[in-house]
Design a protein around this ligand. Sequence first.
Ligand code: S3P
Length: 435
Amino acid sequence: MPVTISGPRRLRGEITAPGDKSVSHRAAMFNAIANGSAVITNFSPGADCASTLDVLRALGVEIDRGPGEPGVGDTLHLTGLGMHGFLEPANVLDTGNSGTTTRLMSGVLAGRDIFAILNGDDSIRSRPMGRVVQPLRKMGAEIYGRKQNTLAPLVFAGGKLEGMRYEMPVASAQLKSCLLLAGLRADGVTELVQPALSRDHTERMLSAMGALVSAEGLTVSISPSELDAVDVFVPGDISSAAFWMVAGLIHPDAEVIIRGVGINPTRAGVIDALRLMNADITLENERDAAGEPVADIVVRSSQLKGAVIAGDIVPVLIDEIPVLALAAAMAEGETRFADAEELRVKETDRIAASADWLTAAGVEVETSHDGMVVTGSGRILGGTFNAHHDHRIAMTEGIAGLISESPVTVDGSEIASISYPQFWQEIKKLGGVVE
Ligand code: S3P
């Protein structure tokens, strides 16, 4: 569905970020294999997290979902089945568009005495799954997939898990979490060495649930453990907040407040990157919500400058690079993104998709295998841009419409609902015109 966005002269307002997608997936999955019942508040409204709930229900987990208090996301009541309680699913488990569901559930399903198949949409069936299948097979799981066990559908057919020491080839929180979840049920210790730090929500939540998990530097270890259910208040999603942050910074007359955003340091690289680009960002009301740091974020119009975004910061802002590329287009000078080859294998190839729409918007972009150089011109032409069936590309193009010279039409806008169904409504709250 196409939507057309044009900007107000003044961009002002307050947004409450929706519940974090990564934390929501984990809160549901980990409580599903825990002992006891849990209440999860401010659950992500996105379709990805709904896919996780569908998969868990098909494995026998009872989940009751209802609306939360005004201004807060849905509340879940979930009863865990314990570490070994899943029922054999009668049908293929559908993970939709969700890489997190597919990869984390691979760790949950590996080496169980039930037969299960994970499958998703076209995007999921083209994304690399060998990175989880190969180490899980090394631990003793029987798993099969297309193309020599590298692509979904993935078939889980039992096996017996043994702990191992594993040097992870990519700084991926999905891979790390998958192997930690398998390690919970393996004999002996599972030790993972990461090439760089990635989001640590899994380590934090498993530890709060009583798992024997520890982290030192880049090494994370886990021993077989039972989990106790815990209530989780899901913080606001910084990956969703990033769109409003960039909107407020690049609009010439703006002040935007985003309430209740999770600022876990392994997620908040976007704040550091934007500050490096000369952004006026203030954190207010810093507090703690269920083991995760949270703040209100205030952004004001800023003359951004080009920067280099490369190295260890990349995994902690990986999902924000599409919207950072828009910030770069509005900045003075060049911004170079490097060491971001993982972007090539997200919901779509996000390097190619970003270059595609930015070029059509009149911006100079040069791509490389692991990034791109964006030459800021301070202007975005309008036009019709394709969402590339990727929620973050669709929303980035929508934000561009708030500052572009003529309106922006986003073709395929409905894909935003993967993480942020209310996104187009929220644009109106800030004064943007959505038609
Ligand atoms: C996620 C980890 C990241 C991120 C994805 C969510 C998670 O993927 O891109 O949107 O919840 O663990 P990788 O871990 O594969 O980089």
